[in-house]
Ligand binder design. Structure first.
Ligand code: PLP
Length: 419
């Protein structure tokens, strides 16, 4: 079946139409199964909406897992792709290119971290941070002259799916799934400074955390904890690495979530929102931490001009005057609406920062709600349940009030049925 013809197809939710009747015609069998996908093939998207192979539209509050900062197919991204696509795709990472230089300069200015390394995914950016910290630990050994390599990370944390980033993650079950793990990632408890202190030893070189644990269910590190952690790492000669792959680039209402705690990390990683939907990520570090020697780190696509041109368009938009104020206003509105629904249906409230929020359901009906939301008619709703007892909301940063209202009204209908 051609994927190009879908917009013209009448919606499957027309009276009498069989649901997803045409799905079986897609030759999906060649795809290695890595997740349970619904029987839908998405064909196009615009702003807050996604459209499937039968023409049904879905209000998208997942947005590629907090990736599409500007919604689907935003004009500034389309223009950047078209313009750069006609100029230069990939001269090789061994050469400079214009968008690479401009984006690195913009990120350094926006973050106050002077050096930028581009990568293609959040996991790869985190791998770079781990390598950089280990390299720095070789150059700054312990009292016995041994290289420091241990990075304290946190239970329930999520840093990616490469072997090292899985080992750095604290997701239950990930310690055995592809054993043996990469060693050197002892786990502390988020918001418990004593648990961090207890793990510091002669081999410790860094502490790495998400300012808000997104995959764990939008669990914030408190401002006090972040401040104390910064002070502790400075006092003990350790690096502080913040993984802002999910929380960065405006998602939480400031450009970077750690700024809300008034701290400056030594290393920060970005992914997801920086590319607005294209594979782009970055590791940033303070100037004095630029200790990689030529050959230590690299990658075929790193800093390619096509992705960097899109990242530049996204970051210019997100950092333009007024944009983050808008994000914060929409976040307050969404938060109030979620609180209202929580009170109405006896939930346990809501939490989060900016447009990364969770509704605490008080019972394990998240996955059931996600399915029912998708199947609603005439429009479906795309939601995520990061944990069975909650729903996570990650709309586009330019989501409109009308879209928030529509989502809340659909959710109201769903909760009335399922609670
Ligand atoms: C905090 C955090 N770090 C790293 C990653 C991994 O990013 P990627 O899937 O782009 O490798 C994710 C993905 O969800 C994430 O949320």
């Amino acid at each position: 079946m051609s994927l190009a013809n879908s917009p013209a197809v009448p919606p499957s939710n027309a009276p009498g139409a069989a649901r997803n009747a045409r799905f079986a015609e897609f030759p999906t069998g060649a795809l290695l199964p890595i997740t349970t996908r619904p029987e839908l093939v998405f064909t196009h998207g615009k702003g807050g909406w996604l459209y499937d192979h039968e023409g049904k539209r879905y209000l998208d509050f997942i947005q590629g897992w907090a990736v599409n900062s500007l919604g689907h197919c935003h004009p500034v991204m389309r223009d950047a792709l078209a313009t750069q696509g006609a100029l230069l795709l990939n001269p090789s990472p061994a050469f400079y290119n214009g968008p690479m230089i401009e984006l690195a300069d913009l990120l350094a200015t926006l973050s106050g971290l002077g050096k930028v390394f581009f990568a293609n995914s959040g996991a790869e950016a985190n791998e770079s941070a781990i390598k950089l910290a280990r390299k720095w630990g070789q150059l700054h050994p312990n009292a016995s002259g041994g290289a420091r390599y241990e990075i304290i990370t946190f239970r329930n944390g999520f840093h990616g799916r490469t072997l090292a980033t899985m080992s750095a993650s604290g997701k239950p079950g990930w310690d055995t799934i592809f054993a043996p793990q990469v060693p050197g990632f002892p786990k502390a408890e988020l918001n418990d400074l004593a648990s961090v202190e207890a793990l510091i030893g002669p081999d410790t070189v860094a502490v790495m955390l998400e300012p808000i644990q997104g995959e764990a269910g939008v669990v914030p590190a408190t401002t006090t904890f972040l401040k104390e952690l910064r002070a502790l790492t400075q006092a003990r000669g350790l690096l502080l690495i913040v993984d802002e792959v999910q929380t960065g680039c405006g998602r939480t209402g400031t450009l970077f979530a750690h700024q809300q705690a008034g701290i400056v990390p030594d290393i920060m990683t970005l992914g997801k929102g920086i590319g607005g939907g294209v594979p782009l990520a970055a590791m940033l570090c303070a100037d004095e931490l630029a200790v990689f020697q030529p050959g230590d780190q690299g990658g075929t696509y790193n800093g390619n001009p096509l992705m960097c041109a899109v990242g530049l368009a996204v970051m210019r938009t997100v950092s333009a005057p007024g944009f983050l104020e808008f994000v914060r206003a929409q976040a307050d509105y969404l938060s109030a609406g979620l609180q209202h629904l929580s009170s109405k249906y006896g939930g346990e409230g809501e939490r989060g920062a900016g447009l990364l929020r969770a509704l605490l359901l008080g019972r394990d009906i998240g996955p059931q709600l996600v399915e029912a939301a998708r199947d609603m008619a005439p429009d479906g709703l795309l939601l995520n349940s990061a944990r069975p007892n909650l729903l996570r909301f990650m709309p586009a940063l330019n989501v409109s009030r009308e879209e928030i209202d529509q989502m809340l009204s659909m959710l109201d209908t769903l909760l009335a049925k399922h609670v």
